[in-house]
Design a protein around this ligand. Structure first.
Ligand code: GAP
Length: 515
């Protein structure tokens, strides 16, 4: 754990040092759980957003993209259920005065018991080697059985309490599980209360006339209220999808873990409208499609897993998360929800406008059911960045004294800068030749020109921001028109004709897309 904590701290400081992510309004000491993306962060984020958009919208003839406003009519949030039900159960520790999400305290406690079971299994596996049968061990070992029973009991009680909205029992469960405040170490807990997560503001210049409106807590509602506009103008036939990326806002109480849980963040959502009765089939298809998409980013499939929801949201008849193994453990990266016809029916009721689809094939009119895929762009960013970040010991030193390098092994197609053009020295006509190449590449790729410091230092700078290729222009270039290409991951160098560089780069970037 200590190692992962160190790794996470290193990622956070690297992000700041190399222009990926800054604390928001840092000169005023920052704003809690709000971050700004710097010059490289903004590029990586854009590349991730573009890749999602391409796979969702460009590659699917039956999915179109929209860009709805952040501000929406206040009744939207009454209809969606967010005014009444978008809240977290909170509990305070009276000694430390720290506030926690009650459900997170219980889930963390369950994760600890699960970790104990895994440890027992791992120990036995190491002891018995080849002859080890995990299933038999799990069903016979006394310590595993005891912990598994404990876990099942907590799980059942927790699920029942959440479903019945029995906050007193959630509190009692925290007490019965002997969960202590991580800061004070005490069990001196307040009651559990619900706290609405929506930010509100006032619209209109005269305050008396101002209407309270909310900053959208999810982008999905902008899709639902435009369902008929898009269906009619795009002559869309069911099944079809509407995709959207954009900012969402939640007044998270326990905002932590860097950009994992923020108060202002970006979502990439897609609502897929289907015929009632077919939604669970589509739900399974989208689960599979989205997992494949994650695997196309070139990250090991072991880093992902599905997690079925214990408590279904008010609108869902099936729901799961794709969890990712962040440096602080497996956590939600994307949600896939079968939202039934809840949203459209509710908007129909609140607006008095029909939101139905006429199915010409079956000659019937109905409110479509919806399967949603919803991923946080910032979480995706963190998943990609934390996997790419590596500190490597080096044998070859490329003219540098340090025998260590920090490298972002980003998939090439996602890297903020695709190629750096570097004259070996700042004289003998090398900068002119390098600039000529740089200007010819920049209409096609994000490029950088750098002539400052030794070549070794410049390679390290490019490694640290994840640039897949560096091209070095040297004296031989003037003689025979070849240059050195240096690959980020292998640090291998090769000489190539200058006029081949653009196509080598294009091939390398294309090859890194695994979809
Ligand atoms: N429309 C459905 C919806 O919003 P959600 O599970 O609440 O579902 C979807 O959110 C995704 O948005 C999550 O899987 C996560 O990636 C991202 N997300 C949610 N809250 C977030 C926060 N406070 N900070 C960063 N990302 C967040």
């Amino acid at each position: 754990m200590a190692n992962n904590e160190d790794l996470f701290k290193n990622i956070i400081s690297h992000s700041k040092e190399y222009g990926y992510i800054f604390p928001s309004s840092e000169i005023y000491d920052g704003l809690s759980a709000v971050y700004d993306y710097g010059q490289y962060g903004a590029e990586l984020k854009k590349n991730l957003r573009d890749y999602w958009w391409k796979s969702m919208v460009q590659m699917n003839e039956n999915i179109v993209g929209i860009d709805a406003a952040i501000f929406m009519h206040p009744t939207t949030w009454k209809a969606s259920g967010h005014v009444d039900a978008f809240s977290d159960p909170l509990i305070d520790n009276k000694d430390s005065k720290k506030r926690y999400r009650a459900d997170v305290l219980v889930e963390d406690h369950m994760a600890k018991i699960e970790a104990k079971i895994t440890k027992e299994v791992e120990k036995a596996k190491a002891r018995f080697g080849e002859s080890f049968n995990e299933e038999t061990f799990r069903s016979t070992n006394a310590r595993v059985l005891e912990n598994q029973t404990k876990l099942n009991d907590i799980h059942t009680r927790f699920k029942n309490a959440l479903e019945a909205n029995d906050l007193a029992d959630v509190r009692q469960l925290i007490i019965d599980c002997e969960i202590v405040c991580p800061v004070s170490g005490s069990r001196n807990w307040t009651e559990v209360r619900q706290f609405n997560l929506m930010f509100s503001t006032a619209m209109g210049s005269v305050s008396e006339e101002a209407a309270t409106i909310y900053l959208r807590p999810e982008t999905a509602q902008g899709i639902f209220v435009n369902f008929l506009n898009v269906q009619k103008t795009g002559r869309m036939k069911i099944p079809f999808g509407i995709a959207q990326t954009g900012k969402a806002f939640r007044n998270e109480i326990v905002a932590r873990q860097f950009i994992f849980r923020m108060r202002e963040f970006e979502q990439m959502e897609m609502q897929f409208f289907v015929k009632p009765g077919t939604e669970l089939e589509w739900y399974e298809r989208w689960k599979e499609t989205r997992m494949k998409w994650h695997n196309s980013l070139g990250i090991s499939s072991e880093k992902y897993r599905f997690h079925d929801h214990i408590k279904l949201a008010h609108y869902a008849n099936a729901a799961c998360d794709i969890e990712f193994e962040f440096p602080f453990g497996f956590k939600e990266l994307e949600g896939i929800h079968s939202r039934t016809d809840f949203d459209l029916s509710s908007h129909e009721k609140f607006s008095g406008k029909k939101l139905r689809y006429f199915d010409a094939e079956d000659n019937e009119s109905y409110i479509p059911y919806v399967v949603e895929t919803s991923i946080g762009l910032d979480r995706l960013f963190l998943a990609v960045l934390s996997t790419a970040f590596q500190i490597e010991k080096l044998n070859t030193q490329e003219g540098e004294e340090s025998n260590e390098r920090v490298v972002l092994r980003l998939p090439d197609f996602l890297a903020p800068v695709k190629v750096a053009v570097l004259p070996l020295v700042k004289k003998d006509g090398l900068p002119d030749r390098a600039l000529e190449l740089f200007h010819s590449l920049k209409p096609h790729f994000m490029c950088q020109y750098d002539e400052k410091d030794s070549i070794g230092k410049r390679y390290r700078r490019q490694d640290a921001i994840g640039t897949p290729l560096c091209v070095t222009i040297d004296h031989q270039t003037i003689e025979d028109g070849t240059a050195t290409i240096r690959h980020r991951d292998s640090m291998q160098q090769e000489r190539v004709p200058m006029d081949k560089i653009a196509s080598i780069l294009r091939e390398k970037i294309d090859a890194s897309v695994k979809a």
